[in-house]
Design a protein around this ligand. Structure first.
Ligand SMILES: Nc1nc2c(c(=O)[nH]1)N[C@H]1C(S)=C(S)[C@@H](COP(=O)(O)OP(=O)(O)OC[C@H]3O[C@@H](n4cnc5c(=O)[nH]c(N)nc54)[C@H](O)[C@@H]3O)O[C@H]1N2
Ligand SMILES: Nc1nc2c(c(=O)[nH]1)N[C@H]1C(S)=C(S)[C@@H](COP(=O)(O)OP(=O)(O)OC[C@H]3O[C@@H](n4cnc5c(=O)[nH]c(N)nc54)[C@H](O)[C@@H]3O)O[C@H]1N2
Ligand code: SF4
Ligand SMILES: [Mo]
Length: 709
């Protein structure tokens, strides 16, 4: 082969919103990405990529990719665009924004982004500094895990908790509301290895997910009732005399109060609520106390109902009660991201937010665009969206679409594809993809730093997100130095390279090695809370927090202090039921008797890949899983097209009748594009927050299912 065309390999990092943050090997020749592999040297990636990413090059060169800046020429949402130059696009954005600022003030402009790209430079907070400097409305981003973060920080503080890699040492593994086979595949591989060594794997999931089917024991509480299960586990550990009293006395706060609170939360009480037999709850409690080391992996779905925060507090208390933290492989895992030394204050520049700037929730964007719930400030006259696709992913699809159809709204989208949201753009900007830009990819599922090399050319005129903001900042004349940093310089500034966690690691090391494990102990010796050492105010595990207040953690909202809402919280964990349930709202339940759960699709990454034929083939069309009894009662037979509806809207899918779901529950997975299907699972989702951290309530929605003609 000619030397010049032989592929070269480069280190990459999967940029998607996935806990695994795989280290990748990019094969590139002539500036073109030829193929991808998992990095065989990375202890979690172990040489393998998932079904979504294994042919990532096809996404880079997909024929539908947005390649040039474009201007809308047809009606809103018609996807009729004409090609324009970058100068024309930026001039139009800047002149429209300046006119809006003159008439309404800068808060009439709102950014909308999430973790479509998970890089420090091009990801969640890229763009924050620009919009903060502009004085735009602050968008609070609580899509995923922020109720869980509030609960975690209150109970344990910003600790990485149990290292996902230490599960190889666990004897008993509880995966609670997480579908690891689809969503955390590389952790599942470790769990499977532990299982082969004799560990028992318990999955607590509302239905028989792929992961539940690989477990030794599947426990299926009704959606939104896990708080009752967790409180009864606490009750039963205490009742059975299985508390590690020495650990509790030395390293926890509020045991007596928790004991008093849990006294009436008996297994019989929880059996009524959860549908899990009392004997099973006692057995679970006994095994979670005695089969040490016991590991708990909490999924984000635990927070997805009104009482989600309280549920996560209750679960997070269990290893403190049993002393599981004493062991390598014992404890609980949420997001190990807390021990990554990122400087979010430098990345987002919250200091640039003008005092008194209003905050709008990304979960309530439809309402905000329609002027509902905007208590102060001007209407939203312009929205810029990147790294996110709210039309499929955020609650109340119909309201979002109605808002985006507003003739007076100036909408800018930076995208790879004309997604359901980008369809409504007035100006569409072509964004670069993974191998085309330098970054370090944040991980919320392991303890490695991950580097991504810019090694392929962007097709057409696509540019990286950060370059879009650099160009906009230059046109606005913003002088702060951060708007002039190259992507490499950003990385130098964005990581606290002098922190103990980075000992021996710098950017050059990452460029030449691709990844580096933080210096926070090894998976084989790490027992961070063996002797307490919780990063809470007391240094102890907080069963009880006096004067607890609600808050949204940075970086999802950019600062704790100035912007925190701060309602009082219960000092102790407890069961708080769902908002939409037969007990809480019997009238609603008469009209909409079924509880819908809408978790992730196996072959899509949120809504990414749902437009690609081979992934659609693997995933199948939008389905609605329903029990035989519920199907019979509605005259639905296998394969019928059905409509799922409530007062907020409706979507359609094909009925799959199965015992994998219990009567009263339906399951339809997320990500299918509205432009390719009728409605989305979020057409029926509620905009209401959960009890902590303004979490979403995707598992707290009642619907009715009927045959669609
Ligand atoms: N019903 C229901 N709804 C849910 C959930 C659920 O379980 N059930 N899950 C929630 C969760 S956990 C999350 S995290 C959210 C996710 O919601 P989103 O973050 O909105 O998810 P995606 O669909 O992945 O949208 C990312 C978009 O960014 C684009 N993108 C990717 N990389 C880049 C880039 O480098 N530059 C630019 N400019 N664009 C890029 C992609 O093409 C894609 O359109 O959804 C939430 N919604
Ligand atoms: N294949 C794939 N992988 C992904 C993603 C994707 O879209 N596709 N998205 C990524 C993102 S953004 C995230 S946040 C993670 C999320 O990954 P996970 O934490 O696994 O989240 P989900 O898939 O939403 O839900 C997990 C499980 O929780 C169950 N569940 C829902 N409600 C309840 C409840 O109230 N109680 C109990 N016990 N179980 C419940 C669901 O049935 C589901 O099987 O996955 C990431 N990885
Ligand atoms: S989506 Fe997750 S599992 Fe798949 S390659 Fe990316 S990080 Fe790895
Ligand atoms: Mo997420």
């Amino acid at each position: 082969m000619n030397e010049l065309v032989r592929s070269q390999t480069f280190f990459g990092g999967c940029p998607h919103d996935c806990p695994d943050t795989c280290s990748m090997i990019f094969e590139v020749s002539g500036g073109v990405l030829q193929g991808v592999r998992g990095n065989p040297d990375h202890p979690m990636t172990r040489g393998g990529l998932c079904v979504k990413l294994k042919d990532y090059e096809k996404r880079h060169y997909h024929p539908d990719r947005v390649l040039y800046p474009m201007r809308r020429v047809g009606p809103k949402g018609s996807k009729q665009f004409e090609r324009i130059s970058w100068d024309e696009a930026l001039d139009e954005i800047v002149s429209r924004w300046k006119a809006i600022i003159d008439e309404y003030g800068p808060q009439a402009i709102a950014p909308y982004s999430y973790l479509g790209h998970q890089g420090l430079v091009h990801g969640l907070n890229g763009g924050d500094a620009f919009f903060n400097r502009l004085g735009a409305t602050v968008m609070e981003r609580t899509f995923c895990g922020e109720g869980s973060c509030t609960a975690w920080l209150l109970t344990l503080g910003p600790t990485a908790g149990l290292d996902p890699e230490s599960y190889i040492h666990s004897k008993y593994i509880v995966i609670w509301a997480c579908n690891s086979v689809s969503t955390n595949l590389h952790h599942w591989a470790i769990v499977k290895d532990a299982q082969k060594k004799g560990a028992k794997v318990v999955v607590i999931d509302a239905y028989a997910s792929r992961t539940a089917k690989g477990a030794d024991w599947h426990i299926a509480p009704k959606p939104g009732t896990d708080g009752a299960l967790a409180m009864a586990v606490i009750n039963s550990i205490i009742e059975q005399g299985l508390v590690d009293q020495d650990y509790v006395d030395n390293y926890t706060v509020g045991f007596e109060e928790l004991k008093a609170r849990a006294a009436s939360r008996t297994p019989e009480w929880a059996a009524e609520i959860t549908g899990v037999p009392a004997e099973d709850i006692r057995k679970l409690a006994r095994e979670m106390a005695t089969e040490q080391p016991v590991a708990i992996r909490m999924g984000v779905a635990l927070e997805r109902h009104y009482g989600g925060g309280q549920t996560i507090r209750a679960v997070s208390c269990i290893p403190g009660l049993t002393g599981a933290w004493r062991h390598v492989g014992g404890g609980v895992t949420q997001f190990p991201v807390w021990e990554h030394p990122y400087k979010f204050d430098v990345i987002c520049r919250p200091d640039l937010i003008p005092e008194g700037t209003r905050v709008v929730s990304n979960l309530q964007i439809g309402r905000a665009l329609l002027g509902e719930g905007l208590s102060d400030g001007p209407p939203i006259m312009s929205l810029m969206c990147w790294n996110s696709n709210p039309v499929t992913q955020a609650p109340e699809t119909d309201k979002i679409v109605e808002g985006l159809m507003r003739e007076d709204l100036f909408m800018v989208s930076a995208e790879h594809f004309i997604s359901d949201t980008a369809s409504y753009a007035d100006i569409l900007l072509p964004a670069s993809m993974g191998a085309e830009m330098e970054d370090m990819i944040l991980s919320w599922g392991h303890l490695y730093l991950t580097y991504n090399t810019k090694c392929a050319d962007s097709p057409g005129e696509a540019v990286p997100n950060n370059e879009i903001f650099r160009r906009l900042a230059a046109r606005f004349g913003f002088e702060e130095e951060n708007f002039k940093w190259s992507d490499s310089e950003c990385l130098e500034h964005y990581v606290d390279w002098s922190s103990p966690a980075c000992e021996g690691i710098d950017l050059d090391y990452l460029k030449t090695h691709g990844f580096a494990r933080l210096k926070v102990g090894t998976p084989d010796d790490r027992a961070p809370h063996k002797e307490g050492n919780f990063p809470t105010a007391t240094g102890k595990c907080m069963f009880m927090v006096e004067g607890a207040k609600n808050f949204v953690a940075p970086p999802f909202r950019q600062m704790y202090e100035a912007l925190q809402p701060g309602e009082d919280l219960d000092p102790l964990p407890d069961y708080v039921g769902a908002r939409e349930s037969h007990t809480n709202d019997p009238e609603l339940a008469k009209r909409f008797p079924l509880n819908i759960v809408s978790p992730k699709s196996h072959a899509f990454l949120n809504s990414c890949y749902a437009n690609m034929t081979d992934k659609q083939f693997t995933q199948g069309e939008q389905f609605v899983m329903i029990s035989p009894a519920d199907a019979d009662a509605r005259g639905i037979v296998e394969g019928d097209r059905v409509k799922v509806a409530n007062d907020r809207g409706a979507f359609k899918g094909v009925a799959r009748i199965t015992d994998d779901v219990k009567s009263g529950i339906v399951v339809a997975t997320l990500g299918y594009w509205r432009q390719l299907n009728e409605g989305t699972v979020n057409s029926i989702s509620s905009h209401q927050f959960g009890d902590m951290g303004h979490s979403p309530t995707f598992s707290d929605n009642l619907v009715e299912v009927s045959r669609a003609n």
